[in-house]
Design a protein. Structure first.
Lengths: 107, 156
């Protein structure tokens, strides 16, 4: 079979990435999955006061829903508080580099 | 008056990964409950949310929809671009240059949202004498999870 398709960009929910990745592995096709940042696209700045009761309750509501799911994953990964610090430091380095680069690009 | 708390990334991750120990809520969860009772307000800024997102992308693959929901339920604050002067000042007190963005964001949050405390258990980088002195100039105090619960009268 001729491989005419070299690159394609599609948007999928992340759970579908996993299906796509598995299927690609079955077919022996190389797939590079790039998860793009969603933070800046989703921030609802200015809509609700971030310190309002609504925003704070939203935070806790989410925690009650997602906490057990995260906790289960953390348990399976055998995560410790030290791991949490290590993970946040690694993310910090990455975000700092991106912001630094974005500033340099602007200049 | 409700105290406004700047949430660092390690607090957020702890909150989600360790909402409870086997028998009782974790320190992080107790802090979230204090927010629910309006004893404090937790502020999450864009740079912290971006770090949290990175952690999810790298270590919790498949959890992106949950993160999206977090963004939709909790209003993450988009801060303005920090000034060169602020970044330069922050750079002088940060043991690790990668902390400059967070340090600057905390200062901006103090000015814009009256943040009083920077909540972080990163003792090595955010509880140093230099960092404390710098943040104090803007009326911000770095505080640990346990320290905040003490402040709220929930620990002796």
């Amino acid at each position: 079979m001729t491989q005419a398709l070299k690159s394609i960009t599609i948007q999928l929910p992340e759970e579908d990435f996993l299906v796509l990745e598995r299927k690609a592995q079955e077919l022996g096709v190389d797939v590079e999955i790039i998860v793009q940042s969603r933070v800046h696209q989703t921030i609802r700045s200015g809509e609700v006061d971030p310190l309002s009761r609504e925003a704070q309750l939203g935070f806790v509501k989410f925690l009650r829903e997602a906490g057990p799911i995260f906790q289960q994953a953390a348990r399976e990964m055998n995560l410790s508080e030290e791991d949490v610090l290590r993970m946040s430091r690694a993310a910090r380095r990455e975000v700092a580099e991106e912001r630094h680069q974005a500033r340099a690009d602007k200049l | 008056m409700i105290r406004v708390i700047f949430s660092d990334t390690n607090f957020l991750i702890s909150l989600f990964c360790f909402p409870s120990s086997t028998t009782q809520p974790s320190l992080a969860y107790e802090i979230a409950e204090a927010a629910e009772r309006r004893e404090i307000s937790l502020l999450v800024v864009d740079v912290v949310a971006a770090e949290f997102e990175k952690v999810i992308q790298r270590d919790f693959l498949g959890f992106a929809p949950l993160f999206e929901k977090f963004l939709s339920l909790h209003n993450v604050v988009k801060l303005p671009e920090p000034t060169f002067e602020l970044l330069t000042r922050a750079q002088k007190v940060c043991a690790d240059p990668n902390d400059v963005e967070i340090c600057a964001a905390a200062v901006q949050s103090a000015e814009l949202y009256k943040v009083e405390y920077l909540l972080s258990n990163d003792f090595q980088n955010f509880h140093t004498p230099d960092m404390k002195a710098f943040l104090l100039e803007y009326d911000i105090i770095p505080i640990s999870l346990y320290g905040l619960l003490k402040l709220l009268g929930k620990r002796p």
